[in-house]
Design a protein around this ligand. Sequence first.
Ligand code: PLP
Length: 401
Amino acid sequence: MTDRRDPATLALHGAGGERRAGSPVSPSITVATSFHADPAGIGFSANDLAGTPPPFYTRWGNPTVAELESRLALLEGGAGAVAFASGMAAISGLFLSVLGAGDHLVLSDVCYAGVAELAQDILPRYGIEVTLVDTGDTAAVAAAIRPGITRLVHAETPANPILRLSDIAALAGVAHAAGALLSVDSTIATPIATRPLALGADFVVHSLTKYICGHGDALGGIVVAARAGDLTEIRNGALIHHGAALSPFAAWAILRGLETLVPRLRLHEENARAVANFLENHPAVGHVLWPGLDSHPQAALARRQMANFSGLLSFTVTGDGRALAARMAADLRVASYAVSLGKTKSLIFYIPTEDILRSSFRLAGRAADNYRAAAGDGVFRLSVGLEGAADLIADLDRVLR
Ligand SMILES: *Cc1c(COP(=O)(O)O)cnc(C)c1O
């Protein structure tokens, strides 16, 4: 589905609702769990469904949730979308729909910790083999793919927490050449920065909890597909039978946040640039990782693949990171020492390298060394919010001394 309207217009209007006198201008929350049924229509088995069902039962589909699905499909240029209760529910739903016993998954060796743990702890129990590779290295991905056995390559770009990028068009080429599908976790980029489906990906996933909701008050996730047929198993199996349906209240909060995604991302990027420049010149800071910096190791790819560099950056410090984290928790007054990202308010959190290598990534040898080279002893992951940049910088400067 290609809609040439500006993303700012799509985010606000979607496909466009009814415009008769008396119809609402803003989305409403439909809280009903059941809808009057057509006795000649769909039966009671989700297995008989193809495509988005008419309102029937809210775990199958709901008008408020459907409006959110429609807007994300338009923004990503996809054929359709299925929303879930969280980003993790969307990603596990995608994995357990596309992959089965005997299949092989190639996954970013650096990604959201929950995804790394899901892939390494849970998928093997279902007979799914997982290989972790640096998806920023297309040749390494090509070498890891086993033609006919690898069903899915999953890349997160930029990847949490070191903002490593993957070349989506190149990955789509090597995945498709071997008969595999490509999914991209584009949570940090958002559809404003990057449209993975236009670059050849088959699926794009988002934690809606982050920039798309944007206000830190609702959890949600979504899978958008290039082809509608690829969503049948995701809706009928992962959504309806695994059951992690998005609440209409959360869908409404996320729709409300989505309306301002474009102007928020512009300001997130502008503030992130100011903060990144400040940090790069601060004597207590080692190095700064942000795709918009010339010093980013993949700055050329960032410029090619990202129309906005988003608001998430990480930095190392020359002193003791744990001691600084404690000082931040006690003394910051603008940013909050807290997890998550993509919210109106700035959030900062320390991720010690040896801890995340042990608990989540479980990398050894060259992969671990590459992570250490990027992250040092640990990174402060800073989700730059919409506060005045000078206030945020002064707050950081005070605790960094
Ligand atoms: C937060 C996040 C997730 C998980 O999303 P939840 O909504 O917290 O379940 C997945 N991927 C990335 C990149 C994230 O930042």
